[in-house]
Every structure is written in structure tokens, then in C-alpha cells.
Design a protein. Structure first.
Length: 302
């Protein structure tokens, strides 16, 4: 009899333990608002009010200690409309991915309230308007993906004053205009991608011998500055400045850089390609369509 009682007690306690919901009630309410905002799409079919969002919902991750939602990843689906305001009510969110959707509207200013964010990806959408300067207030941001949208205006001055870590910055394939703010020279970006916009003027402030920058992509803009005067980071690995109006010559310092990829084509460069390092390992397409570049792998200088 005693054994049976203990078995029933253990079974009851185990059942109660299993039935206890881990998901924070506030966070769950917010997610259900997001689902409703998008019209209860099939992509979010696992988000049911009678199940546990920390255990049973796809696209959602929770902190094991606090059970607060730390990651929301929704991608590759047909979710039309604007980014729902309810997203700003997830204070413990560290990762927000809303990419390869059909989102429209602007990049909302309320995202700057998510002070725990380390990764923000809104790429491959139809977002319009300017980039909110308030994103620079995110103190823990490690990567910002706003690429492949329809964003206009200039790069915010505030992106030269990120309050915490310096994020990998992806702004390519938009319709950004104006000059690169000089303040960006204060930042030591590991990755910066501004390619395929309509940016003009100088980009030399993005470089510097004391920086740790590894990847710079500036192709297909209207940038115009002298490459001769640029001091490159010693650890630069990938550089694409093709399809601009960049003039001058290729500095000899580039022979000392461990480049894995390089493209300076379709510019206004002149002079002999320095010999050494990796520069001759790239084929002619790396250098062609310049004003008067010469030397291997192009034709010999006269």
C-alpha cells in the first residue's frame, strides 16, 4: 500500500512538473500579438496559445535560466506588412532575424529599445525610408544586416558613434545616397559592406594601419578618392572597390597584406601594379577597365 502511494505521489508530481509552462506569460502574449499582426500565417502554425513557447514553438528560443525569449528567427516566408510594434516589447531579445520575407514600411525606431540585441537581420525585404540613427544606441550589437532592401537617404552620422561594440555592418543593395560620414573613421569595423548603393565622395576613412578591418565591400557606388593615399589595415583579407571613380595608383603596401580576394576594376587607376604578395595571384579581371594600370597580370608597362 505504501509503495502504491509513493508511486502515485511521484506520478502526480511528475505530471505537475511536465505540465508547468516555462514560457514567460508576457513574452507569450507578445508573440501571439505578432502572429495576429501577420494574419496567423502557416509559417507560425506552431505558435498555439495552449502550448509552451519555450518548448513547442518554432523560430523561438528561450534562456534556460530565466525562460525569457532571447531569439526570434523568422525567415523565408510570405509575411507581408510592416514590422510589428510588439517586437519592441521583448526586452530580453538578443537575436532578431526577419529576413527573406516581404516586409514593407520603414526600419522602426522602436528597435533601439531592445538593449540586449547582439544580432539584427532585416535583410532581403522591401523596407523603405531612411535608416534610424537610434540603432547606434544598441550597446551590445555585434552585427547589423539591413542589406537588400529599398532604403534611401544617407548613412547616419551616429554610425560613427556606436555606444558599445562595433557591429559588422551590412548596408549593401539599397538606394543610399550622400557621402560616407567622416565619423565612421572612428570605428574599427571588422566587416563593412556598402556595395551597390549611390554613395559618393571619399571612403578612405574606413581604412587605417591601426585598424583590424578584414572585409571591405564598396563596389558599384560613385566613390571618388585617391587610392594612393590609403593606408590599409595589415589584416585586410577581402577588398572590393570596383565600379567607382577611384583614382591614383595601387600603393606598394598592398603587397604586404594577406588578401584572399581583391577587385579594383572599373575605376580610374593608373601606374604599375606593385609586384609581390598576393597581387599577381589574381587574374586580369581584378584590375581591368582602369585608366592606365599596367604590369602583371595586365600588359607590361611601356
Amino acid at each position: 500500500m505504501k509503495t502504491l502511494f509513493l508511486s502515485l505521489l511521484i506520478s502526480t508530481l511528475l505530471s505537475l512538473s511536465l505540465s508547468k509552462e516555462l514560457c514567460n506569460s508576457h513574452d507569450k502574449k507578445v508573440l501571439l500579438q505578432i502572429k495576429k499582426h501577420f494574419g496567423d500565417p502557416y509559417l507560425l502554425a506552431s505558435w498555439k496559445s495552449d502550448t509552451d513557447c519555450c518548448k513547442d514553438w518554432y523560430q523561438v528560443e528561450c534562456d534556460s535560466a530565466t525562460n525569457r525569449i532571447t531569439s526570434l528567427t523568422i525567415f523565408a516566408g510570405n509575411l507581408s506588412g510592416q514590422i510589428p510594434a510588439a517586437v519592441g516589447d521583448l526586452p530580453y531579445l538578443q537575436k532578431l532575424v526577419l529576413d527573406h520575407l516581404n516586409l514593407t514600411g520603414t526600419v522602426p525606431d522602436f528597435l533601439s529599445r531592445l538593449k540586449s540585441l547582439t544580432f539584427l537581420d532585416l535583410s532581403f525585404n522591401g523596407l523603405l525610408g531612411s535608416i534610424p540613427s537610434s540603432l547606434a544606441l544598441l550597446p551590445n550589437l555585434g552585427a547589423l544586416h539591413l542589406d537588400r532592401n529599398k532604403l534611401t537617404g544617407s548613412i547616419p552620422q551616429s554610425f560613427g558613434k556606436f555606444k558599445g561594440s562595433v557591429p559588422d555592418l551590412y548596408l549593401s543593395h539599397n538606394q543610399l545616397t550622400g557621402k560616407i560620414p567622416a565619423s565612421l573613421g572612428n570605428m574599427d569595423f571588422s566587416v563593412i559592406d556598402l556595395s551597390r548603393n549611390m554613395i559618393v565622395g571619399d571612403a578612405s576613412m574606413l581604412f587605417g594601419v591601426n585598424k583590424t578591418t578584414q572585409n571591405v565591400y564598396l563596389s558599384r557606388n560613385m566613390l571618388e578618392f585617391s587610392l594612393s593615399k590609403v593606408a590599409f589595415p595589415s589584416g585586410l583579407e577581402n577588398l572590393d572597390i570596383s565600379h567607382n571613380k577611384i583614382f591614383g595608383s595601387i600603393p606598394p603596401q598592398m603587397t604586404q597584406i594577406p588578401l584572399q580576394s581583391l577587385n579594383v576594376s572599373y575605376n580610374r587607376l593608373c601606374g604599375q601594379i606593385p609586384v609581390g604578395g598576393r597581387l599577381q595571384s589574381f587574374d586580369f579581371s581584378t584590375y581591368f577597365h582602369n585608366r592606365c594600370l599596367c604590369g602583371a597580370p595586365l600588359q607590361n608597362c611601356k
